[in-house]
Write a protein that binds this ligand. Sequence first.
Ligand code: TYD
Ligand code: MG
Length: 452
Amino acid sequence: MGKCPDCGAWNTLEEVVEASQSQNATQQRRQALLSHAPLTQGTNIPLVLPDIQPLSQPRITVGYPEMDRVLGGGLVPGSVILVGGEPGIGKSTLLLQVSGSIAQTTGPVLYVSGEESVEQVKMRAERLDISGERLYLLASIELDAITEAVHRLKPSLLIVDSIQTLIASHLTSAPGSISQVRECTLQLVQLAKSTHVPIFIIGHVTKEGTVAGPKALEHIADAVLYLEGERYHSYRLLRGVKNRFGATHEVGVFEMHGEGMVEVANPSAVFLADREDGATGSAIVVSMEGTRPLLVEVQALVTPSNFGNARCTTNGIEHNRLLMLLAVLTKRVGLAVGNHDVYANVIGGFTLEEPSIDLGVAAAIASSYREKNIPSDMVLVGEVGLSGELRAVSRLAMRVRESAKLGFKRCIVPSAGKDSRGRGELEDAGLPKDFKVLTASSLAVALEIALH
Ligand code: TYD
Ligand code: MG
């Protein structure tokens, strides 16, 4: 059937094989799972906490501080890390580099490719300048072959590229189907826990998220990282969305070069490098990406609307958030943006989700509307509420300190947000003498300061 008789959607039916084709196969599998993969030290017996031996293996550094930080300080032995991203974004490249580095520093690495032949992977490795004395390649899509290779080789790291190509022997559905993907991942988790080999699993996601991929596996893996960025931009963000061994929402920044992924240690400086002084509609915001403050330029363009119904287009900012800011600007600040087209853009291909960027976005819009530029040494921080008030943001001191470090001289912050002792967070932030902190209680006041 091409069409679902229930919801009417086309081509959405998927073949699912009942697991219990024969009692024997099921039992065999159950036996296999139980026998060779004890998750804990005492399989069936509950253990009292002091009796459990802690794992003594230290974390393995992957050789890229940006990635180590996203992982929470290195790779935990026996952990399963899912690396998702759109096809072509650079997952294979990054993990091949990690393989090369770990093979050099720690021990043998097994790189399983179900998408490329070993010759293709070798060609890429040569391009990336990886010598790879202890880097083993296996071109296979069979889970059993991979398991066997791991037991034989006992590598320090296993890379599976990609989960959508694997097949488990007892399932008949096609590779990439939800049942295969889930079953293979579960078995890889068992493998990691029983051998203490850490595993990176690569999974493709499409923009629509239709393919059975990382989204369906997030709950199984110990950590989930997404590699993002626009394909035509060279920056790549490695974003941690789940981590059982560290903080989530950490972001590592890389740049795709001809010779592979290169770390960007100070991303704010890079993103602000080609900023034009004195341009209208441009504001600098500070967004916390994990534990690191990131300074990013937000641009807005406001033009009279031609056809009566105004349009509002965003790139890197949530559309609804922009609509809300436009409403606040109209009603609370008295800016007649209603009959204008508004475009908002975040430079560098970033997607910013934090409300603390509200003030910067609103100021960029006001700046473009009034044709007045915001001083180029000014940073704007604050969440905007529906009554036009400026609301306090978390980790203000860290954000302001980072701005000062990058050479900015002024910062507008919400006047709200004293701690329980009535002290502002910035009083002992250790800011340079010539750095000015300007406080504002409302959006209108902040715009007055920024665009006077
Ligand atoms: P790849 O790692 O194959 O992506 P994925 O595994 O996520 O599908 O990356 C493919 C892109 O990266 C491809 O367009 C070529 C580009 N690339 C470089 O720009 N520099 C390099 O050194 C390499 C190996 C690839
Ligand atoms: Mg690939």
